[in-house]
Design a protein around this ligand. Structure first.
Ligand code: ADP
Length: 459
């Protein structure tokens, strides 16, 4: 595809090319006409000089050829002449001109001057025929000619000059068009760059409005209005999610508590099973709403971290303990390797939600009777690495780039294992807020290793 810049350069060069060519053709033809007019005038003047001499010598037939030969005319080169009687009889013959057919001998009586271009051998001549009558009523036809070599040489020079000037002019035009269009599109390129960096996460950004009141300014303003509308739509959507999940949470907690009481009291086994199922579904709903609420809060109060001095080793042990009952249900053992006591500044609740989610995933995506390993270790540059490793189903390489996107869930497990696709997205956002990094390596049917790298000093 051709870019607009390329099309402008092409259009400029074509227009200038056509203009240059027309201009060159006009100059060439005018020079040619002017040169031939000058040649006509010189030839006529030469012819009249000869005529005057012939009229004077008319009494002394045969006319003295040598006397006539000495007549010269400025501005002519290689001039020649022949003299005929009116009946076509040749009186003075020129070796070269005699090769030209004499058809003008008769025509010249009706038109006193006839000009034409003739080629004799490889040479070109401009020829003038004219008839005249002398005082003693003798009628003569005079044929004069001059070489057009000089004229053609001058025209050739002009032609070759244009042959050089036109392409050179086109190159200069092309370069000028390139720089002009580059300057004209610079604000557009800048706009495109800014627009490219605007995503759902930074919709508060706006395009720079150029000072000049031109089309680019109108475009930037229109785009900014559009971003504003999208931003508002996003904000109201996030507000709705935050409000809805907040409103849903309270009735869900009530339902869950009531169901738990009923489950304990009820004796009928069939009913008990039904209540258990209802409880498990309510738990899933509670998890989903709490994830939605977390994400809505992250969007709204993004920059805010509730920092405090924490013991990360203790936090990890607490998370492992919280998840242990879930692991035991699948006969999965959680192994902890927390050698050192590590203190750091962080948002405890937010970090807790990350590790709970990573351990929950490790349990969810592992086969029963397996093992999950949680390792905490210090790394260089005041950083710590926390890894959660399982020997579960693994993640295919094609899916790895997407697992941190909101609501992304792999198609194969969607039907079998419940989840919202929000856990890792939340984890990444929280890790980013702590200026850390979350990495994953995985192999299908071998296992997955998530590593969270956090700075111990975030302030
Ligand atoms: P979900 O609620 O689906 O678990 P997450 O955001 O926590 O959402 O994870 C996104 C996707 O990443 C999951 O649907 C799953 O396909 C994959 N995934 C996450 N953790 C693991 C793991 N430990 N083993 C295999 N796949 C995983």
């Amino acid at each position: 595809m051709f870019t607009i810049k390329f099309k402008i350069i092409l259009a400029y060069t074509t227009v200038f090319g056509v203009m240059f060519t027309i201009f060159a053709a006009i100059i060439y033809n005018s020079t040619k006409d002017a040169s031939f007019m000058k040649l006509d005038a010189n030839l006529k003047s030469y012819s009249i000089s000869l005529q005057t001499e012939i009229e004077e010598l008319d009494d002394h037939v045969p006319i003295d050829y040598k006397k006539l030969s000495s007549i010269r005319e400025d501005g002519l080169s290689g001039e020649k002449f022949q003299l005929f009687r009116s009946n076509g009889e040749i009186l003075i013959k020129d070796s070269i001109l005699s090769k030209i057919p004499k058809e003008n001998v008769n025509r010249v009586f009706n038109n006193s001057f006839i000009y034409e271009n003739r080629k004799v051998g490889r040479r070109r001549y401009h020829v003038l025929w004219n008839s005249f009558e002398t005082a003693n009523e003798s009628e003569y036809i005079l044929e004069t000619a001059a070489s057009v070599k000089d004229v053609h040489e001058e025209l050739d020079r002009l032609f070759y000059l244009f042959l050089f000037i036109i392409p050179a002019g086109l190159i200069v035009t092309g370069i000028a068009a390139y720089f002009i269009s580059k300057a004209a599109f610079k604000p557009v390129a800048k706009m495109a760059n800014t627009a490219r960096n605007i995503s759902g996460e930074n919709l508060d950004r706006r395009l720079e409005i150029p000072k000049a009141k031109d089309e680019v300014r109108a475009l930037s303003e229109t785009l900014n209005e559009m971003i504003e509308r999208i931003d508002n739509a996003f904000k109201s959507q996030k507000r709705f999610i935050a409000n809805a999940s907040h409103e849903i949470r309270t009735p869900l907690t009530v339902i869950q508590t009531e169901l738990e009481i009923v489950e304990k009291k009820i004796k009928n086994n069939e009913l008990k099973e039904g209540i258990k199922n209802a409880l498990s579904e309510t738990e899933k709903l509670t998890k989903l709403t709490s994830s939605l609420l977390t994400i809505a809060k992250l969007d709204t109060y993004k920059a805010k971290l509730d920092l405090s001095q924490i013991r990360i080793d203790e936090l990890l042990a607490e998370c492992a303990q919280t998840m242990n009952p879930t692991a035991i249900k699948k006969n999965i053992r959680i192994a902890l390797s927390l050698n050192d006591a590590v203190e750091m500044k962080a948002d405890k609740e937010k970090l807790k939600s990350i590790f709970l989610n990573l351990i929950d995933n490790a349990i969810k995506y592992s086969k029963p009777d397996s093992r999950i390993t949680i390792v905490l270790e210090k790394s260089s540059g005041n950083k710590i690495n926390i890894s959660v490793e399982d020997t579960g189903i693994g993640i295919s390489p094609s899916e790895i780039p997407y697992i941190f996107n909101r609501f992304y869930r792999s198609d194969e497990i969607r039907a079998e294992i419940t989840g919202s696709g929000l856990g890792l997205a939340i984890a990444k956002e929280i890790v980013d807020l702590h200026r850390g990094e979350i990495k994953v390596t995985s192999k299908i049917d071998v296992g997955t290793l998530f590593t969270v790298v956090l700075p111990t000093d975030i302030s």
